[in-house]
Design a protein around this ligand. Structure first.
Ligand code: NAI
Length: 392
C-alpha cells in the first residue's frame, strides 16, 4: 500500500514510522526541508535505540528506513492509496492543502486528517469528493500509543470507513470509531481528570501533591493530574480545554481554570520550561515535591474524597459520551486505556463501583453546588433504575 504523509513534525514522522514498520511504502512530505531532515535523523536514532534494546535487528531497521521516501512536493504523493495529513492545526491551511492534494491523487485515494480538534466535516468540505475524507487520529508518540481514533464525517462513505479501520488494524493499532464531535473520545472524556482536579485545588480542599498522590495511590493512574498537565504543557492543555469548552457552546462541565491560565500566561508551562505546578531539574525530574504519607485517618479520608470526586466525574463524562452515541462501550473503554493509559476503562470502573454509587456521588455534588457541571448523565440514572450494568 502506498501511504502519503503530509507534515513531518512530531506526529507525521511517528505515523510514517508506524506505516513503514507495517510494510507500507511511505512518502513523507513537508514544506520545510529542516523538518524533513530532522524526521530522518530522529528515525535513525529511534531505530538504533530499538536495536540496542534487542527489539529489532539491523535488517529490520534497513527495511523500515527503505520504506520511507522524504519528498518536498505535494505532487509526489500522487500514487498514494491513503494520505494522512499532520500539519499545523489551522482549518484554512488544511483546507487549502486538501484541495490541492485532491487534484493529484486517484479517485479512490482516501484523504485523512490527524487533527485533534477541528471538525472532519469542515475539512472534508474542501474536497470535490468529500466522501473520501476521514479523521485518523493518532496519539503521541504514535509508534508507542496503541490507540487510533477513526472519525467518519457526515460525508464519509461506508467503504472509506471500513477500509480505514481495516488498514489501521493491520498496522497493529487498536481502533476506536468516534463521532465527529469536539474532542472525539479521549480529549472529551479525559477533561474532568484535569478540570475537577483544578477545581478541588481552587476550592482549597487540597494542594497539588495531595491530589496527585490520591489519584496515583487510590486510582492507580501513572501520573497525577498536575504532573500530567506539566508533562503535556500548561499552554497546550489549557488550549485543548478552552477549545472543547467553546466547541460545546460553553457547557460548564468543560470550563477552563484560571489557575492553569495564569500559569500558562506566566510561562510556567511545566516540564518543558522547568516550572509549572512543580519545579523541574534539567533532566525533567520534579525537585520540589514533598511526599505525602496518607497514614492518618483524616488524610486517608481526604484522599478518598478527592479520588472519588475525580473518578465519578470521569465516569459521568464517559457515560454521557455513550448516551450521545459518540462511540460504543468497548471503544470508549479502549480509548482511555490505550490512548491515555488509564488503569481501567471508565465504564468497567463504573460497573465495579456500582451504578448506584455513581448516581449517589454525582447527586451529592450537584446538591452541594447546584451547578450544571455536576449533573448526572441521564444514562446512569436510567441504568440505575433498571438495575443495569455496562458490561454483561
Ligand atoms: P508539528 O508542529 O510537530 O509538525 C507540523 C509539521 O507540518 C511541521 O514540520 C511543518 O513544517 C509542517 N507543515 C506546516 N504547514 C505545512 C504545509 N502547508 N504543507 C506541508 N507541511 C506543512 O505538529 P504536530 O504536533 O505533529 O501536529 C500535527 C497535527 O497533528 C495537528 O493537526 C495536531 O492537532 C495533530 N495532533 C497532534 C498531537 C500531539 O500530541 N502533538 C496528537 C494528535 C494529533
Amino acid at each position: 500500500m502506498n501511504v502519503g504523509i503530509i507534515g513531518s513534525g512530531t506526529m507525521g514522522s511517528g505515523i510514517a514510522q508506524v506505516a513503514a514498520t507495517a510494510g507500507c511504502s511511505v512518502k513523507l512530505y513537508d514544506t520545510n526541508q529542516e523538518a524533513l531532515d530532522k524526521a530522518k535523523a530522529s528515525l535513525e536514532k529511534i531505530l538504533n535505540r530499538l536495536i540496542e534494546k534487542g527489539r529489532i535487528d539491523t535488517e529490520e531497521k534497513n527495511r523500515i528506513q527503505s520504506n520511507i521516501t522524504y519528498v518536498d512536493s505535494l505532487k509526489a504523493l500522487a500514487d498514494s492509496n491513503l494520505t494522512i495529513e499532520a500539519i499545523v492545526e489551522n482549518i484554512d491551511i488544511k483546507k487549502k492543502v486538501f484541495s490541492e492534494l485532491e487534484s493529484y491523487v486517484a479517485d479512490d485515494c482516501i484523504i485523512a486528517s490527524n487533527t485533534s480538534s477541528l471538525s472532519i466535516a469542515s475539512i472534508a468540505s474542501s474536497l470535490q469528493k468529500p466522501e473520501r475524507c476521514i479523521g485518523i487520529h493518532f496519539f503521541n508518540p504514535a509508534p508507542l500509543m496503541k490507540l487510533v481514533e477513526v472519525i467518519p464525517a457526515v460525508q464519509t462513505s461506508k467503504t472509506v470507513l471500513d477500509k480505514s479501520v481495516e488498514t489501521i488494524k493491520s498496522w497493529k493499532k487498536t481502533v476506536a470509531v468516534a463521532k465527529d464531535t469536539p474532542g472525539f473520545i479521549v480529549n472529551r472524556v479525559a477533561r474532568p481528570f484535569y478540570g475537577e482536579a483544578l477545581r478541588i485545588y481552587e476550592e482549597g480542599i487540597a494542594d497539588f501533591e495531595t491530589i496527585d498522590h490520591s489519584l496515583k495511590t487510590l486510582g492507580g493512574f501513572r501520573m497525577g493530574p498536575f504532573e500530567l498537565m506539566d508533562f503535556i504543557g500548561n499552554d497546550v492543555n489549557y488550549t485543548v480545554t478552552e477549545t472543547v469548552f467553546t466547541a460545546f457552546y460553553f457547557d460548564p462541565r468543560y470550563k477552563p481554570s484560571f489557575t492553569q491560565k495564569r500559569l500558562s500566561e506566566a510561562g510556567y508551562l511545566g516540564r518543558k520550561s522547568g516550572k509549572g505546578y512543580y519545579d523541574y531539574d534539567s533532566s525533567g525530574k520534579i525537585i520540589n515535591s514533598c511526599h505525602h504519607e496518607l497514614d492518618s485517618g483524616s488524610h486517608e479520608e481526604l484522599a478518598q474524597t478527592i479520588f472519588d470526586r475525580v473518578l465519578v466525574m470521569l465516569i459521568n463524562e464517559a457515560a454521557d459520551a455513550l448516551f450521545l452515541n459518540i462511540a460504543s462501550v468497548e471503544d470508549i473503554d479502549n480509548a482511555m486505556t490505550k490512548g491515555v493509559n488509564y488503569p481501567k476503562g471508565l465504564l468497567a470502573w463504573a460497573d465495579e463501583k456500582g451504578i448506584d454509587w455513581c448516581v449517589t456521588k454525582l447527586d451529592e455534588l450537584y446538591n452541594e453546588y447546584h451547578e450544571d457541571r455536576y449533573r448526572c448523565s441521564p444514562l446512569l440514572r436510567k441504568m440505575n433504575k433498571e438495575n443495569k450494568t455496562f458490561f454483561n
